[in-house]
Design a protein around this ligand. Sequence first.
Ligand code: GLA
Length: 386
Amino acid sequence: MEDEITFSNVFGGGGEIRKYFAPGRVNLIGEHTDYNGGHVFPCALSIGTYAAVRKRTDRKLRFYSENFPEAGVIETSLDDREYHKELGWTNYPRGVVWAAEEAGFRADCGFDVMYRGTIPNSSGLSSSASIEVLTGFFLADLYGFSYDGITNAKLGQRAENAFIGVNCGIMDQFAIAMGRKGHAIFLNTGTLKYEYAPLDLQGVRIVIMNTNKKRGLGDSKYNERRAECEEALRYVRQVVPADALCELTKEQWEAAREAIPSPVLRRRAEHAVTENLRTLAAYEALKQGNLAAFGRLMNESHISLKENYEVTGRELDTLAEAAWQQDGVLGARMTGAGFGGCAVSLVNEDAVSSFVTNVGKIYREQIGYDATFYEAETGSGPQRIG
Ligand code: GLA
């Protein structure tokens, strides 16, 4: 990133410019469990978001993104603590400034910041959580705030929930703030206890497949699913004393399911409970080096997300189902919120190139435009890079 040249072009020269990076993430399994007190198993990626930042002496905030040059420099102030639709993407970092301030971390002057992201937008690889965690990280470094990675993740989630208005769980911000190269994070979102799992994939590659379908209505559907789970839990609690759906064992779920009168709500809860159990099983399988079992659990996850949770859609189903037919594929499923975005697959390394050709062809024939494929490389959490 030729920040200094571009940065001074955009904002003028002088002062100390600091540079930072935060990754994106891909979730291997454990989807729509993180707001149900369940387990997730994401890893941070080598793609992510870069920032070049300089403190100001007044209270102005000036934002520029190389990804949205047409938006130009967007200027606001530390004293404006409201979400404004017309401020577009800057609401993500502004939300983090707000959340930090609410938590007692007050910046005493403004800043100029320039971002550049290498995560495709709306891909389900967490470009928004990446910019949030990156912002929380540079605020701490610039202003001497002493919070740790988990607090930073919580600030990002608070910004998303209370400033942006998406009731997401903690998975994305946690995976990014706490990412470690070569590892996935096995996280219990109910307790925030976590373990790093070495991703020792023995000649198997993680291939991300992008539907190139933008999420659109995704955010409102996301909030709707979350509300459905909360409603299902109210019925479950008439039978089993649980604080969250993912606390239920298989036996407890069997005992409680009939207490939910609506078949739709029952399917939503079925997904949450079984997805959590699959995630536990997948973590065990990985520890035992049983990638075949891990892959089967990924497939089951997709089927449940399609049939019970209904968040896949034609594009994601086409990718997953085409992937399942290919030689050398251990498993494939949608990743992230769904409704478009990406799927993720485990593919033997010598089969990757035929996999990409074949799945790409089926997708183009059935959907009418191209999918994009990336071999995922894991990455580390947020860092200062200059
Ligand atoms: C989005 C949310 C996460 C999580 C996933 C689904 O990525 O931001 O909190 O709920 O969807 O697993």
